[in-house]
Design a protein around this ligand. Sequence first.
Ligand code: MG
Length: 274
Amino acid sequence: MKQILALTCLSLFACVSCSLAQTQVDPKWQIHDPNRPVPPVIDPGTASTQGTPGRPPSDAIILFDGKDLSKWQRKDGTPAEWKVVPVSPSPKTAEEYLKKTQGENGYFEVVPKTGYIYTKEPFGDCQLHVEFAEPQPAKGQDQDRGNSGVFLHGLYEVQVLDSYESKTYADGQAAAVYGQFPPQVNASRPPGQWQTYDIIFHGPRFDTSGKLLRPALITAFHNGVLVQDNVELTGPTGHHVRPPYTAGPEKLPLALQDHNHPVRYRNIWLRELK
Ligand code: MG
């Protein structure tokens, strides 16, 4: 009986750890083994500037490239109604040129009261890149100031908020895992400027009976600065609530929050983690 239990524990552990990043040296290969397969070659892309979004890595799935919301929809499957200001491929006037080079096109913007938008495709463990800009001039205070959010699995919010020289509760400011983990630092840029989130997300795992085997994990960088270091979520995020996990699939759509504020987004891509 003890043996069976030990084996069950071992296989459960193996199952959970195999779905996470590799944490142990693979004993299959000798050190510096010339026969060990080398990783695939990719083009890493380029970094963004305020004026121009960077080029995503060549193996990324592009969720918004400045043109349209074809990868997104409302929760009920109807078309996303957020405003798109598409990138102008060849500016014809000085004004168009200025807009293109100052980051004033090639984005989409929350249209208040039209609802969250969701990716048409579901995603599991991933590296996610999102750029956003807070409304300029800033309006409102506290949580009522440039509020939106990046919802991994549509359930776990990394808060989007104008936290530049603006106070709110710590676990609800920009780059917080909402209601659970304040960011390590406030790395916010002023409203109107483009900001980046780079998020590593590992979804929760459940056994066949729906029991939680491993919580969701988030690591996040705000404007390149580490703000969440592999935090273990208590469950879905919420306002004044920390609901428990409910067993679900390993892949679910990613969502962006409509919190009634015209927050802008551009250059969204993700890489699925194997
Ligand atoms: Mg929010």
